[in-house]
Unconditional design. Structure first.
Length: 398
């Protein structure tokens, strides 16, 4: 199984006052609308956005620091994110805390990274208020109070793998309209968040790892009976996708451009391409997050989607937000893969399901979907209690 991020700790991020959550290879964030599932997922996307662009751009994309930090009375609230990660050649911890100012500005209060490398050459840094306190090994690059230092540290070979893994995480809220549009030619290295460059990704998979494209087509045929395959098509300087579909009375399959296919078919293809886009190489896309991938799918197809998510999680860590009972109606769904999310007094609480729900699942008395219908899928009472600080490396989770 593929696990890049083993643990996430948040403090004052959007609706989440605090949480300390362990992750596996496949994770379902389950809760009603407005409970804060998307905010947890967005905390990881915030890291990727801040490193791919700048902290300022990531803030502005979310409406400013006032929308990112948890709202409170009195002084502006600082917010922080910490992760425990595993790379092919190292394990480690990375955390930062952002200070919000009264003038709607912000600065990086503290940022820390510790890496235990398999070659025994450990590495790390500690930055406070724009000043490098420690950098190992070698001379430290300059720091800036309004940028994450990891972007500067990525010039050192010790920190480059972590930087690349975090910037190559993919987060998806697929847009069928964008996926139907003719697009400029794309190398298809990483599927865009709305799926618009799907043609380029399919072209790359067909060229580099054909069996993975076939796997996508096989799952798609189970979701949408009659669809035999999908191919990249070049139309002058633009590109799109073309579906091959069985039609009654025709010996050969008919071909349809994306513009002629339903939202459900387009979204199903986008989800499958996102899952299998790494072609079996977890370094290409170590983690993906989905916002309700079951939208617009026929309920009967939800089981196929669950199967494909489980399959893809062998090479890519997957996080899914959902309140779909059909998606969770799987007797083989591991209780450890479920994270229950609730909102109490406008504060999100998130964690592994409580003992009652776990027992009902383990004894196969109910499926997770049935527990959702009965409103019996809740986080354990201790969930949300942050026993250790954001900058404590290697401490065990309570």
């Amino acid at each position: 199984m593929s696990v890049f991020i083993h643990r996430v700790r948040l403090r004052n991020y959007m609706s989440i006052a605090k949480c300390d959550v362990g992750l596996g290879s496949l994770n379902f964030l389950v809760g009603p609308n407005g409970s804060g599932k998307s905010n947890f997922l967005d905390s990881l996307r915030f890291i990727a956005d801040s490193l791919n662009a700048t902290l300022d751009a990531a803030m502005r994309d979310r409406g400013g620091v006032g929308e990112v930090r948890r709202r409170s009375t009195g002084h502006p609230t600082h917010f922080g994110i910490a992760i425990d990660f595993e790379l092919p050649d190292a394990v480690g911890h990375y955390a930062f805390e952002i200070a919000a100012r009264r003038d709607a500005g912000f600065s990086v209060k503290r940022e820390r990274c510790e890496m235990r490398r398999h070659d025994l050459r450990d590495a790390g840094f500690d930055v406070a208020d724009g000043v490098v306190q420690r950098f190992s090994p070698g001379p430290a690059p300059a720091a800036a109070p309004d940028r994450l230092f990891l972007a500067h540290a990525s010039g050192a070979p010790e920190f480059r793998p972590l930087y690349e893994a975090l910037t190559r995480m993919g987060f998806y809220n697929l847009n069928p309209d964008a996926m139907r549009e003719l697009q400029p030619a794309s190398p298809g290295d990483l599927l865009d968040g709305d799926g618009r460059n799907i043609a380029g990704v399919l072209k790359r998979l067909a060229s580099e790892t054909p069996p993975w494209k076939v796997r996508i087509e096989e799952y798609l045929a189970r979701v949408v009976p009659g669809v035999l395959g999908v191919d990249y098509v070049s139309l002058g300087p633009r590109e799109t996708i073309e579906f091959r579909q069985e039609v009654a009375g025709s010996h050969d399959p008919w071909r349809f451009y994306a513009a002629n296919m339903s939202d459900g078919t387009i979204r199903a293809l986008g989800a499958l391409v996102a899952m299998f886009q790494n072609g079996g190489d977890p370094r290409r896309v170590p983690l993906i997050g989905f916002e309700e991938p079951e939208i617009a799918l026929h309920p009967a197809a939800a089981g196929v989607l669950t199967d494909s998510l489980r399959d893809a999680s062998s090479t890519t860590q997957i996080l899914v937000t959902s309140h779909s009972t059909e998606l969770l109606d799987d007797e083989d769904l591991d209780a450890d893969s479920l994270l229950a999310v609730v909102s109490e007094k406008n504060e999100t609480r998130i964690g592994p399901i409580d003992d009652i729900g776990r027992s009902l699942l383990m004894d196969r008395m109910f499926t997770a979907g049935e527990l959702v219908r009965m409103e019996q899928l809740r986080p354990a009472p201790s969930s949300g209690r942050l026993e250790t600080g954001l900058f404590d490396f290697g401490a065990s989770k309570a």
